[in-house]
Design a protein around this ligand. Structure first.
Ligand code: 3PG
Length: 206
C-alpha cells in the first residue's frame, strides 16, 4: 500500500523517541494490536540508531524515520528498510539525495515559498512544522486554495485536544503527535495506558 493510502486510513501519526529494544518491541506490539499500523521514530536519541532493525520483524507496521538531517540519516533509514523519512525543514540537498536513492521523504515546510520549492521537486505530501507556532489551523486553511494539490501533516504542539480541528481540514492528510507515545509513558512503561490512547485516537479516524 502506498504511504498516501496508509495515511488517509490512519490519520494520526504517532511519534516516538525510542531508546531500547524492549521499548521498541512493546510499542510495535501495542500498535499492531490496536490496528494503528504507522509510526514515526524520531532521531532524537543516538541509541535508536542500533534498534531500528527490530522493526523489520513487524511486517504489519509502516515505520518512518523522523528528524532526518543528513545523508547518513537517510542511509540509516534505507539500511534498516524503513518505509519513509521525514525532515523537520525543507532541504533541497537532502531531498535530492533521497530521490537519488529512490527513498520516500516527507519534507517539512512552514512557508508558501518552501511549499513551492518542495512542490517543484515533486513532493505533494509535506510536514507542516511547527504547526501550532506557525499559524496552525488558520494558516493551513489559507494554503488550501493556493495549493489545492498539496496534503499536509501538521506536527508540533498537536495533542488529542486540538488534533480534531486540523483533521477537519480537507488539505490535512494526517496529524503527527508525540503526545500519544510520550517520553513519560515510555519511561514509566505504561503500556496499558498506550492501549487506551491508541483506542481513543482510532475513534478519531472513523
Ligand atoms: C517533531 O519532531 O516532528 C515534532 O517536534 C513533534 O512535535 P510534538 O512533540 O509537539 O508532537
Amino acid at each position: 500500500m502506498k504511504i498516501k493510502e496508509i495515511l488517509s486510513q490512519n490519520k494520526i501519526l504517532p511519534l516516538a523517541t525510542i531508546c531500547s529494544e524492549g521499548d521498541a518491541r512493546n510499542i510495535a506490539t501495542k500498535l499492531i494490536e490496536a490496528q494503528c499500523p504507522i509510526l514515526e521514530i524520531t532521531l532524537r536519541d543516538e541509541r535508536v540508531r542500533s534498534i531500528l532493525h527490530i522493526f523489520q520483524e513487524y511486517s504489519g507496521l509502516t515505520v518512518g524515520l523522523g528528524t532526518i538531517r543528513s545523508n547518513e540519516d537517510i542511509d540509516l533509514a534505507i539500511n534498516n528498510k524503513l518505509a519513509f523519512g521525514i525532515t523537520p525543514g525543507f532541504s533541497p540537498k537532502l531531498c535530492g539525495y533521497a530521490q537519488s536513492k529512490d527513498f520516500l521523504i516527507i519534507p517539512g515546510i512552514q512557508s508558501a515559498s518552501e511549499i513551492m520549492q518542495a512542490s517543484e521537486m515533486g513532493y505533494s505530501i509535506l510536514k507542516f512544522f511547527p504547526a501550532e507556532l506557525s499559524g496552525g489551523v488558520e494558516r493551513l486553511h489559507a494554503y488550501k486554495s493556493v495549493f489545492p494539490d498539496i496534503s499536509f501533516i501538521p506536527t508540533g504542539g498537536i495533542t488529542e485536544t486540538n488534533m480534531g480541528s486540523y483533521l477537519k481540514l480537507s488539505n490535512v492528510i494526517a496529524t503527527g503527535s508525540s503526545s500519544i507515545i510520550s517520553n513519560d509513558l515510555i519511561k514509566n512503561q505504561h503500556w496499558d495506558e498506550l492501549t487506551k490512547r491508541l483506542d481513543s485516537i482510532k475513534n478519531k479516524n472513523e
